[in-house]
Design a binder for this molecule. Structure first.
Ligand SMILES: CC(C)(COP(=O)(O)OP(=O)(O)OC[C@H]1O[C@@H](n2cnc3c(N)ncnc32)[C@H](O)[C@@H]1OP(=O)(O)O)[C@@H](O)C(=O)NCCC(=O)NCCS
Length: 165
């Protein structure tokens, strides 16, 4: 594979949505919203978040998104948000999963976040998401708390991770 990592442009949005759809993120976050409305929502969110992508022969096969923890991290207890980023999601096209793309994207995201002067990053993952839990731990994220969250199903906890540089 010839993989390339870069910041996404607005013209990449529909390809990113295609991957989001394949990994089930659109259904999870936007429930019954039409794809046109999803597209408009992501377009409106684009300026306030950083979208990173991985391409293989110019095809978008994965994305990772982050923003500032102060703007986006909501949790029912106090954490130090100032100067930290917040991981807003990652997805790899199922045809390319298990080949290290998730690790590469996370590594790239950490590099960008560090270059932007953040002290570290928070992320949260569903307690049943084996691949994502493994990925976070492998990249040096440390679990700081498990708690119930309305965005998860009743059987699942939200697991908050932190990585400090
Ligand atoms: C989580 C996700 C991004 C991982 O991407 P990926 O490219 O498949 O991950 P990698 O190939 O880089 O693997 C990273 C680690 O996770 C492990 N892993 C990947 N898929 C796995 C699976 N289905 N079950 C168990 N472990 C898995 C890998 O073995 C690897 O660890 P290792 O090097 O010790 O073997 C991908 O599975 C995905 O898009 N999932 C759906 C969306 C999602 O859940 N996103 C996270 C919530 S926002």
């Amino acid at each position: 594979m010839t993989l390339k990592l870069r910041l996404a442009k607005k013209s990449d949005i529909s390809s990113i949505i295609n991957v989001m759809n394949k990994v089930g993120y659109i259904k999870f976050r936007f429930k019954n919203m039409s794809l046109n409305k999803v597209q408009a929502t992501i377009q409106s969110e684009f300026p306030s978040r950083s979208f990173l992508i991985c391409t293989e022969k110019k095809k978008v096969i994965g994305y990772a998104i982050f923003g500032s923890a102060e703007a986006f991290l909501m949790c029912p207890f106090e954490v130090e948000k100032k100067g930290f980023a917040y991981h807003l999601g990652i997805g790899v096209d199922p045809d390319y999963q298990g080949k290290g793309v998730g690790l590469l994207l996370t590594e790239f995201m950490l590099k960008v976040i560090r270059a932007e002067g953040f002290k570290g990053i928070y992320s949260d993952v569903g307690s049943n998401n084996v691949a994502s839990l493994k990925l976070q731990k492998k990249m040096g994220f440390v679990e700081i708390k498990r708690y119930r969250d309305s965005k998860r199903t009743k059987e699942t906890y939200n697991v908050l991770f932190k990585k400090e540089f």
